[in-house]
Write a protein that binds this ligand. Structure first.
Ligand code: PHB
Ligand code: FE
Length: 333
């Protein structure tokens, strides 16, 4: 064990020299150290090192930062990830990997969410080169490889779009338009752009609202980034356009519903704690699925598709599911 540790220390010293020459900063948080080279992210931690393809790493990091660590777990791959405790967050290696756990090779540190987010934001900004947008479909962006050149801060700073009540209401999010620089995506040229007619009962004028959510979503320039289009108490309807693959395995801490609006997504479902494969779910237009509270999932969308993710924002749910008070699935047939 001590020999292995010494060797790892030497390798990491070499690595630092290489990455310095490429112009990328090295980032440390707690006892984790992150370095990047032309093709890979290297993650060093007490007892080991991990490596990820830089494009997969940056796409996952973008979601983790953009969504404030999201609900539950953001697994960058089957080893590295974050677990949100809503205020603090665990950064882990192998915590939810059966092999790491059974040989006690996992490593976890807990951080104040704000502190970890700052480090992640700085890393994402420094490691993203000009021309690469980690939110864009692979066919709509450049590549992240090579020595450091330029940046893409503007793309990284996109705010997650959240309606207070509903898109199009007075004082709320506006519609997306050509004039506003939000053209219909190349894959959605067949999505009708008309608006619904509203016929309110007498006395209810001004209290009924509707908008064309398909048209709104067809103008999204990002992928795998749900935006809240309506918000009623804890019920959040999140619309998103999906092309290529969800760059994380999302580990639920509550039930989450999916409604497939058009085309097709294939989901890989694994056990949330161990990563054991559980199911493949093929969702076609009109299909509805409830993702249980004890799984992780990653989706693949061969053609750009529209998905609605229905989230329950009730903060008491993680504890009620993890304690067993609630069953991990919402219905019994
Ligand atoms: C999810 O993890 O449930 C998720 C995340 C991003 C998406 C779709 C689904 O775009
Ligand atoms: Fe999810």
């Amino acid at each position: 064990m001590s020999t292995a540790t010494a060797v790892l220390a030497d390798q990491s010293a070499d690595q630092s020299q290489d990455t310095k020459n490429l112009g990328y900063q090295t980032f440390s948080v707690g006892q984790f150290r992150f370095e990047r080279d032309e093709y890979f992210a290297h993650i060093f931690y007490p007892g080991g090192r991990h490596l990820m393809h830089i494009e997969a790493f940056l796409r996952a990091l973008m979601r983790d930062v953009g969504w404030g660590f999201f609900y539950g777990t953001v697994n960058f791959d089957n080893v590295l990830g974050t677990l949100n405790h809503y205020g603090t967050v665990d950064l882990f290696i192998g915590l939810l990997n059966e092999a790491y756990r059974s040989t006690n090779r996992h490593y976890v540190e807990t951080f104040n969410a704000r502190d970890l987010k700052k480090v992640f934001e700085a890393m994402l900004d420094d490691w993203t080169n000009e021309g690469f947008d980690p939110y864009a479909a692979p066919d709509e962006t450049g590549v992240p490889f090579g020595p450091k050149h330029g940046n893409n801060t503007k793309a990284l700073k996109r705010e997650r779009i959240v309606a207070k009540r509903m898109v199009g209401l007075p004082g709320d999010l506006g519609y997306r338009t050509d004039e506003g620089g939000q053209p219909v995506n190349r894959q959605f040229l067949d999505v009708p752009q008309d608006s619904p007619e509203i016929h309110a009962e007498p006395g209810f004028e001004g209290q009924v609202h509707a908008f064309n959510m398909f048209a709104y979503t067809s103008r999204s320039d990002v992928t795998w980034n749900p935006s809240v289009v309506s918000n009623v108490k804890d019920s959040q309807i999140c619309a998103t356009t999906e092309e290529h693959m969800l760059p994380i395995f999302h580990g639920n801490d509550r039930v989450e519903w999916f409604i497939q609006i058009c085309d097709e997504i294939i989901w890989d479902i694994q056990d949330g704690k161990t990563g054991r494969p559980r199911a493949k779910v093929i969702m076609r237009a009109g299909d509805v699925a409830a993702m249980p509270a004890d799984i992780r999932h990653q989706g693949y969308s061969p053609k750009r598709s529209i998905l609605i993710v229905w989230e329950n924002n009730d903060g008491t749910l993680p504890q009620r599911y993890s304690s067993g008070q609630l069953k991990p699935y919402p219905v019994e047939f």
